[in-house]
Design a protein around this ligand. Structure first.
Ligand SMILES: Nc1nc2c(ncn2[C@@H]2O[C@H](COP(=O)(O)OP(=O)(O)OP(=O)(O)O)[C@@H](O)[C@H]2O)c(=O)[nH]1
Ligand SMILES: [Mg+2]
Length: 342
């Protein structure tokens, strides 16, 4: 099952400077590392591989080989490729399981991709359901439920395409969908602001249930409320990935270099990458895991045991306890400075 693994490499904290934010570590410690399962979906060439390698700070997914040009017209079927990487974030060990889906959206009819991804997500729920029903529990049972789906949107500058709407609408009640704009440095800051607004307008208009950083319970601190509001305003995250590191005043900086300047991947003014990285590995890892377990899985379990299928009837993408499915359209944060630094 496992395509590749970063397990054999030493777990080391990030060497790049990330903005330090208060309120980190909102997850319990786990001796062997906290398992966190993330799926990446998006059309070819939107930067999924580069994103994973940038996130993990090592080559986890090797670049895909160039295909035979004579076979270029034949779309390969979508695959599920698994990678496991040991990470360390803020002193906490995380076992990051990545499921990449190369081949998604390559065909003319993508119905098969939608169905297969949905079945794959539900299969992990079925494994847990079967385990719960055993008289004698398997102590070595590995919970493979997927905690987040990063959906890569093409930086077209227009609005969502049918494939985006369809995929996210179908899966939003089964998985925490975090929409991201891939290769976001293709858009100027102004275009990016407008594009984010259009995407969010579509998300609301089509009732797409994304993970929208729901307001915390009443007893949560003000800081979390503010943080979630700020993150909601950032969705979809505009990510930039790279494999180049330059030395700037003695410290390593990850960049995409262009003749006119560089985009710094970890600079909040150039891309949302660092913010998303922090959400996934730090501030919201517990929320994403909890919502998978107590919201999405519970909904599936109820449907399965009661013989109803709320998802395919298209009526309930909303989990009762959160407002994630009804994202309020808020203007995205306007970058304070130009994303390309000379
Ligand atoms: N401008 C820009 N290019 C990027 C970015 N991330 C990746 N790329 C480039 O886009 C091309 C495709 O990137 P990949 O990471 O292989 O994309 P992918 O989604 O994994 O593609 P497939 O695996 O073929 O589906 C490569 O040439 C990358 O260097 C980015 O943030 N901005
Ligand atoms: Mg790839």
């Amino acid at each position: 099952m496992k395509e590749g693994s970063g397990e054999d490499q030493n777990v080391a904290p990030s060497v790049y400077s990330h903005v330090s934010r208060p309120g980190s570590h909102r997850y319990k410690s786990a001796k062997k590392g906290l398992p966190f399962n993330v799926m990446l979906v998006g059309e070819s060439g939107l930067g999924r591989t580069t994103f994973v390698n940038t996130l993990c700070e090592r080559v986890v997914i090797p670049p895909s080989p160039c295909g035979d040009s004579e076979q270029a017209h034949i779309a390969e079927p979508m695959q599920f490729k698994h990678y496991t990487v040991d990470m360390e974030e803020d002193g906490m060990k995380i076992v990051l399981n990545i499921i990449d889906t190369p081949g998604f959206g390559d065909g003319i009819d993508n119905e098969n991709c939608f169905t297969r991804i949905q079945e794959h997500i539900e299969m992990q729920f079925d494994h847990v359901l079967a385990e719960e029903n055993r008289i004698k529990r398997n102590t070595k049972f590995m919970d493979s439920r997927i905690h987040a789906l990063l959906y890569f949107i093409a930086p077209t500058g227009h609005s969502l395409r049918e494939i985006d709407v369809e995929l996210m609408r179908r899966l939003g009640s089964r998985i925490n969908i975090i929409p991201v704009i891939g290769r976001a440095d293709s858009l100027t800051p102004r275009e990016l602001v407008l594009f984010k607004q259009r995407v969010m307008n579509d998300i609301v208009a089509f009732g797409i249930p994304i993970f929208n950083f729901p307001d915390p319970e009443e007893d949560e601190d003000e800081e979390s409320v503010e943080e979630n509001a700020e993150l909601r305003a950032m969705v979809p995250f505009a990510v930039v990935g790279c494999e180049e590191v330059i030395n700037e005043e003695g410290r390593p900086v990850r960049v995409r270099s262009y003749p006119w300047g560089v985009v710094q991947v970890d600079n909040d003014e150039h891309s949302d990458f660092d913010r998303l990285r922090y959400v996934l590995l730090n501030s919201h890892i517990a929320d994403l895991r909890d919502r998978t377990q107590n919201g999405l899985y519970e909904l599936y379990r109820t449907e399965k045991l009661s013989g109803t299928n709320v998802v395919s009837s298209g009526t309930a993408n909303v989990l009762p306890e959160d407002s994630a499915a009804a994202p309020a359209v808020q203007p995205p944060m306007v970058p304070q400075s130009h994303p390309v630094a000379a």
